[in-house]
Design a protein around this ligand. Structure first.
Ligand SMILES: [Ca+2]
Ligand SMILES: [Ca+2]
Length: 214
């Protein structure tokens, strides 16, 4: 091992120790693996000769698509927005690990907050009728024979509101969303798949762990 890689290894270990104390669900070794994976993913961009602050939207979306099988653009943008907490258009190393702790291992409470944020497209703390309409329209497989597919989506929005809008103001607050999901867990991803399934979590973790072994 060269002197430089020994130094960078030491740096990563120190960083992993610090981050593992601040972020839930990952131990120090796991954080180290995630930092290495982050560096690999970002590294491809730095070879272009410019300084990169993290994963940009395109790069992040290709990870969601290729590694976690996501296909819905609107939802993938929502996941990016949710990971990018400081809203600087890059997912930094810290944001990557914080985001993954919920994405891969979050408690129900953490996932409720995460999904609500993903679905609140304009970040005004409410999921509006319009937002529900866009997401449901996007996620439904349209029947080509149907004359007005929008009508079906509008009906679905009204049904969803009836079930989830507890204070009857025609939009979902976090409290509405949380109450509904606690009563019926399947509603967690009511407006589109924004969490990975068990198989892709397992594949990702296996891949990341192997990198530490090398
Ligand atoms: Ca950021
Ligand atoms: Ca909103």
């Amino acid at each position: 091992m060269s002197e430089i890689s020994a130094v960078s290894r030491k740096l990563i270990q120190t960083l992993a120790e610090t981050i593992s104390k601040q972020v839930e669900h990952f131990n120090k070794n796991e954080v180290e693996c995630l930092i290495r994976e982050f560096n690999v993913l970002v590294g491809e961009t730095t070879t272009m000769g410019r300084v990169v602050n993290g994963l940009d939207r395109g790069k992040f979306r290709s990870i969601l698509h290729n590694t976690f099988g996501m296909t819905d653009d609107m939802i993938m943008d929502g996941v990016f927005r949710t990971f990018d907490k400081d809203n600087d258009s890059f997912v930094s190393m810290k944001e990557w690990i914080e985001g993954l702790s919920v994405f891969l291992r979050g408690t129900l409470e953490e996932k409720i907050k995460y999904c609500f944020h993903v679905y609140d497209l304009n970040s005004d703390n409410y999921i509006s009728r319009e937002e529900m309409f866009h997401m449901l329209k996007n996620s439904l497989i349209r029947q080509p024979t149907e004359e007005d597919p929008d009508e079906g989506v509008k009906d679905l929005v009204e049904i969803t509101l009836k079930k989830m809008d507890h204070d009857h103001d025609g939009r979902l607050s976090f409290a509405d969303f949380e109450k509904a999901v606690r009563e019926e867990n399947l509603l967690l991803e009511a407006f589109g798949t924004c969490l990975p399934d068990m198989a892709s979590i397992k594949a990702f973790e296996q891949h990341v762990y192997e990198e530490l072994e090398q």
